[in-house]
Ligand binder design. Structure first.
Ligand SMILES: Cc1cc2nc3c(=O)[nH]c(=O)nc-3n(C[C@H](O)[C@H](O)[C@H](O)COP(=O)(O)OP(=O)(O)OC[C@H]3O[C@@H](n4cnc5c(N)ncnc54)[C@H](O)[C@@H]3O)c2cc1C
Length: 271
């Protein structure tokens, strides 16, 4: 295989594929390599709708090969290290590729382990997350079978993919419970590491109304640190009036958790 490209793209997800397609649209014949280890492409935005019972999870998984823009080269490998002095990357297989322009688009890493107990209980004990292809359908099982009680939705304090996803599923759940006639028996809590419902003022104003209409209890600056599925407890840290960080907890009948997220480890090591 050719090891030299005018443009080398790390990651063949939504960003990498759309950048490649647009570059080729502007300049056909451009030599573009896309380094992407996965056989499958996942359309993650639809996972919220899967969790809300409106979309089939199978339809969010496609073959990567069908989405590689014609004219570009798919390198089925993962980048391990960057050698910018040589305009080069080295892949896990040991293969090296050089470029004139490098585009880095490997997405964001999900750090499940940063919430104590979450990995052990995910997908069972009434704990779910739309942030996983395997688990998102379980969110719908929980919402559908909920007959009232305490529902907790968490949002981490880190940057995340889709700032709306942690609360969109909460509004969709409330809407379903309203239609089912049980919303008044549901005590819904939003435990968020952020300071406001949404960072853009215009949207926040509308969302505050949605929160009020659904009688959602909001906890801001509240960083979820542990989820225990067996005792059905979410533990979070929040500053008290004196500015000290204190631990608080909520018991739940169902919990939708959004894990902390960060740059992929191979990017962190490259900095
Ligand atoms: C539940 C949920 C709901 C969402 N809802 C919305 C929404 O409503 N609207 C919206 O705009 N966005 C939404 N998003 C966010 C959206 O999915 C992401 O913003 C988008 O997928 C980001 O594209 P990306 O290409 O940067 O990353 P990804 O699509 O995650 O792709 C990254 C790619 O990089 C590859 N990769 C990883 N490591 C390497 C490596 N070492 N070498 C080479 N390749 C590597 C991966 O295999 C992957 O294919 C949602 C996300 C989730 C999880």
């Amino acid at each position: 295989m050719n090891n030299q490209f005018e443009v080398l793209i790390v990651g063949g997800g939504n960003a990498g594929l759309s950048v490649a397609a647009q570059l080729l649209q502007n300049k056909s014949g451009l030599s573009i390599g896309i380094v992407e280890p996965s056989d499958k492409h996942y359309y993650q935005p639809a996972w919220t709708l899967v969790g809300a019972g409106e979309f089939d999870i199978a339809d969010t998984e496609k073959n990567e090969k069908d989405y590689i823009p014609a004219g570009s080269t798919w390198i089925k490998d993962a980048v391990a290290t960057f050698e910018p002095e040589q305009n080069q990357v080295t892949c896990k297989s040991g293969a090296k590729y050089t470029y004139k322009i490098l585009i880095v688009a490997p997405g964001i890493q999900i750090d499940w382990q940063k919430i104590k107990g979450l990995s052990d209980t995910l997908g069972k004990n009434e704990v779910s997350s739309n942030y996983s292809f395997d688990i998102a359908p379980y969110t719908w099982e929980l919402i559908k079978n909920f007959n009232g009680g305490v529902a907790v939705f968490t949002n981490p304090s880190t940057a995340i993919k889709c700032g709306g996803a942690p609360h969109k599923i909460m509004y969709l759940a409330c809407d379903y419970w309203r239609k089912k006639g049980i919303l008044d028996q549901c005590e819904v809590h939003y435990v968020s590491g952020a300071g406001v419902i949404f960072g853009v003022k215009e949207y926040a104003q509308t969302l505050e109304k949605v929160v009020a209409d659904n009688h959602i209890h909001t906890h801001f600056g509240a960083n979820t640190v542990a989820i225990d599925g067996k005792s059905k407890t979410v533990v979070y840290e929040q500053k008290n009036a004196e500015g000290e960080i204190v631990q608080k907890s909520l018991n739940f009948d169902m919990c939708h958790a959004v894990p902390p997220q960060s740059a992929p480890d191979f990017i962190k090591k490259a900095l």
